[in-house]
Design a binder for this molecule. Structure first.
Ligand code: L3W
Length: 421
């Protein structure tokens, strides 16, 4: 039987308070890390655990930490990406609202490992309750000596600052986030150099997602083998899945990495609404290409989903049933990316604008015979030709919708109307 650890306190009314967190064993991982491990040993432990980043790309966390140069002569920064803007994704919000000390402890241990004395938590501005709760928790943790100077009698000093976003999805892209933190317009930087070498104020900077950071205290307390024992060896650990769309029991679920998508949708989320059938699932936020129902027998982990032509992304699982028009779904998703494009790269800025126009006319029953080929050409022009993953996400999603649900697009063009209306 799988025992949830990341969400174990989120249903407790006082879960956001220090007293509740301490009563459940909170901050013992920080004490253990400072007492028993050198920073390099913490990095080694996280490497051994095979923890991979939960923000979208699944990069090995311990490896990312080990890229930080030891003697750069500059301060090292830790940034927490809490700009949860991916449609269908709400896991980090629940953690920050209901169990913010778990994040603070994860930040403190991670900062100790990489040699950072300062962390910035970049939070989506709309997350008003999460911001307030995290501010309160930082104040409580500072008063109790878990933050500040000489933490728990050690030589480790650590401060956390909160920075609120202002409603731009692009700030979730790590280098745009750094620009925004520096007070500039949030446009992605070219990589390399990667932030681990030259990030915030050109200093070494580690950027990790909220869920990645909260795994760290559990790895310190329970060990790397415990973590690796959950789910696939190359992509292990407890995982938060956000279930939304046309299912009976939408919500946030903690289950092993690698669980079958069909089990997640049909058993845990209760399956489709009465009288309906699942038609398709978007497995990892709208950046992840859609999977038709016949593809649901796939493990929810980075490698299995990549092999299936999609990705785990933020694990925002959006279920689409047989009453929904896929042309409408594709149009809304491309409209979203077009709206959120920062405009820096021409293929993304112009290509998405063009794609939205074509999709809107198909949806309205005014499509023309060459439109699908035009959309495919646009996807080809965008994919791989932009600084960041935003354009790629849009192009991959549109390509998948065209490939799997071509008949619906063709029906709109030939019948000159939406068959669902
Ligand atoms: C040092 C190297 N570091 C790679 C680091 C890199 C980054 C991570 C992954 O995100 C997905 C996509 C979006 N030396 C390195 C290195 N790194 N090689 O590893 O890098 P990469 O380039 O594979 O992916 P990416 O462009 O950072 C693409 C999603 O992430 N996304 C994430 C949003 C996350 C939030 C959130 O956490 N709240 O909003 C944004 O684009 O969907 O799936 O750290 O620096 N040789």
């Amino acid at each position: 039987m799988f025992e949830p650890v990341l969400l174990k306190s989120v249903d407790i009314r006082s879960g956001h308070l220090l007293s509740t967190y301490e009563a459940g064993g909170g901050y013992q991982a920080l004490a253990k890390a400072l007492r028993d491990y050198t920073p390099d040993e913490v990095i080694e432990l996280v490497k051994q655990s095979n923890l991979r980043g939960r923000g979208g790309a699944g990069f090995p966390t311990g490896m990312k930490w080990s890229f930080v140069p030891k003697q750069s002569g500059k301060p090292t920064y830790l940034c927490c990406n809490a700009d949860e803007g991916e449609p269908g994704t709400f896991k980090d919000r629940i953690i920050m609202e209901r169990d913010p000390h778990q994040l603070i402890e994860g930040l403190a241990i991670s900062a100790y490992a990489i040699g950072a004395e300062t962390a910035y938590v970049y939070i989506r501005g709309e997350y008003v309750t999460a911001i307030r709760r995290l501010e309160q928790a930082i104040a409580e943790a500072s008063a109790a000596g878990y933050l500040g100077a000489r933490i728990l009698g050690s030589a480790f000093n650590f401060t956390i600052h909160i920075h609120c976003g202002a409603g731009a999805y692009i700030c979730g892209e790590e280098t745009a986030m750094l620009e925004s933190l520096e007070g500039k317009r949030a446009q992605p930087r070219l990589k390399p150099p990667f932030p681990a070498v030259a990030g915030l104020y050109a200093s070494p900077t580690v950027i990790n997602n909220v869920e990645t950071l909260i795994c760290v205290p559990h790895i310190v307390v329970r060990g790397a083998e415990w973590f690796r024992g959950i789910g696939p060896d190359k992509s292990p650990g407890p995982k938060l899945y956000c279930l939304s769309g046309q299912v009976r029991k939408p919500g946030l679920y903690e289950l092993p990495m690698g669980i079958q998508l069909r089990e997640l949708v049909e058993e845990h989320a209760g399956g489709p609404l009465p009288g309906r059938k699942v038609k398709a699932v978007i497995p990892g936020g709208v950046s992840a290409p859609v999977i038709p129902e016949r593809g649901l027998d796939v493990g929810m982990d980075f490698d299995s989903l990549a092999a299936a032509g999609t990705m785990l992304g933020s694990a925002g699982v959006i279920v689409i049933d047989d009453t929904t028009c896929m042309v409408k779904v594709a149009t809304r998703i491309v409209e979203f990316f077009h709206h959120e494009s920062c405009g820096k790269c021409t293929p993304c800025r112009e290509g998405l604008n063009w794609a939205v126009k074509v999709l809107r006319r198909i949806e309205a029953g005014e499509g023309t015979p060459g439109d699908l080929e035009q959309l495919e050409k646009l996807c080809k022009g965008i994919f791989g030709n932009t600084f960041c993953a935003l354009g790629d996400g849009a192009a991959m999603g549109l390509r998948a919708a065209l490939a799997h649900f071509r008949d619906e697009f063709v029906a709109h063009i030939e019948e000159r109307k939406c068959p669902y209306h």
